[in-house]
Design a protein around this ligand. Structure first.
Ligand code: FES
Ligand SMILES: [Fe+2]
Length: 389
């Protein structure tokens, strides 16, 4: 499903729609169901390719009760496995990231079974002899699918799922065709934990009804957001203003601003491969539920990924990407964009946490969606459809 290409002329909902059951935001059984379905049957963002510079470089990723190991194999390709030894099930790599030892092999810390990075084949056990009937070839690591897409690493727990960028993203990745994603590098990373359900985060991301009250600085920078909408066609009478050059109606940044930064300046580092229309748009989004959205601006890209830590706890990782020449310019003030993005995310996190706390009211069976929340409805439909075990 493509959000942009599927939208009719008027984007909004034409009838009120009930939200998901309130208990789905805190009930442990529902959470377990979502982890076993939505978080196991979709591509999940891992990291940027640059964190795997050499063969043997690895990262582990905990998603609910599953733990995955992604490692650059001997051949230079990334490989993914369940981070679990086939002997008696020990975790293989405890660290969140690192470099395999000189052997370049995966060695279980418990009894030292040793696996090849390329395909997870069991190379040797540590017993004095292998018993009759023991077949090494059926005791390789459980593999998962891994793909590098434009410098972004994704994994899918099902090894046989083919990667297709056209279907993996709800907000289409085509939007990023002119961003030099492959060569951009991470200039800053921010980790945060929010006391909210992971769905609360996505709902907040998918509407701007909250923007004027929650984001005073952002609504000044993106005047359209001050109208509580994210697209000019989010109101039924959008046609009245179709010729308007006022950013409150046409979208884009306030006059004089170039990017999402504290002062609106791109400091002379606008990405040259973007068209003037793309730069004027102010922000460009791609998202793939449930784990990540990518936001592009005139001079940088921000990748925000999330992982549930529990029914009411969610980890957020934001990575700011820049062109190498931007980071090499000692006069470029990276805080100008980092501080702004962080301000907006902290405001959103606070709103999500408030939302989460209120959801426990005993009489509340479900919320209700208003016209501007059409993307929240799509998210809810995606949730309901994906809950099949
Ligand atoms: S559990 Fe890994 S070698 Fe025993
Ligand atoms: Fe927000």
């Amino acid at each position: 499903m493509s959000i942009d290409s599927d939208t009719p002329l008027y984007n909004g909902l034409t009838a009120s729609v009930p939200g998901l059951p309130a208990a789905w935001y805190f009930d442990p059984a529902q959470h377990a169901r979502e982890m076993a379905t939505l978080w196991r049957k979709n591509w999940l963002y891992v990291a940027r390719s640059e964190v795997f510079p050499n063969p043997g470089a690895f990262r582990t990723l905990t998603v609910g009760d599953q733990n995955y190991l992604v490692v650059r194999g001997r051949s230079g390709s990334l490989r993914g496995f369940h981070n679990t030894c086939r002997h008696r099930g020990s975790l293989l790599c405890e660290a969140a990231e690192g470099q395999l030892g000189v052997s370049g092999r995966i060695v279980c810390p418990y009894h030292q079974w040793t696996y090849d990075t390329e395909d997870g084949v069991l190379l040797r056990t540590s017993s004095f002899a292998e018993p009759e009937g023991f077949d090494k070839s059926v005791h390789g690591l459980f593999q998962v699918a891994v793909v590098e897409w434009r410098g972004c690493v994704f994994l899918h727990p099902d090894l046989d799922t083919p990667w297709d960028a056209n279907t993996a993203f709800q907000r289409p990745a085509d939007n990023f065709a002119n961003f030099p994603l492959e060569t951009m590098v991470v200039g800053h990373t921010w980790h945060a934990e929010m006391s909210c359900n992971w769905k609360t985060f996505w709902e907040n991301f998918n509407e701007c009804l909250h923007c004027p009250a929650v984001h005073p600085e952002l609504t000044e920078l993106v005047p359209l957001y001050g109208r509580r909408i994210i697209h000019p066609r989010d109101v039924p009478d959008w046609g009245v203003h179709v010729q308007s050059n006022d950013p409150r109606y046409r979208g884009g940044l306030r006059d004089g601003a170039e990017t999402w930064s504290m002062d609106g300046s791109a400091q002379g580092h606008a990405i040259q491969s973007l068209t003037s229309e793309e730069r004027a748009r102010g922000q460009t989004y791609a998202s793939t539920w449930p784990s990540v959205f990518i936001a592009g601006y005139a001079d940088h890209v921000r990748i925000v990924s999330l992982r549930p830590l529990g029914p009411e706890r969610t980890e957020l990782v934001a990575e700011w990407l820049f062109q190498p020449e931007t980071l090499a310019d000692s006069t470029y003030n990276i805080e100008n964009v980092v501080d702004f993005g962080r301000l907006v995310m902290e405001q959103d996190a606070k709103a999500c946490e408030l939302n989460q706390r209120g959801l426990h009211a005993a009489p509340l069976k479900a919320g209700v969606l208003m016209p501007e929340e059409y993307l929240v409805e799509r998210f809810h439909n995606w949730i309901r459809a994906g809950l099949v075990l």
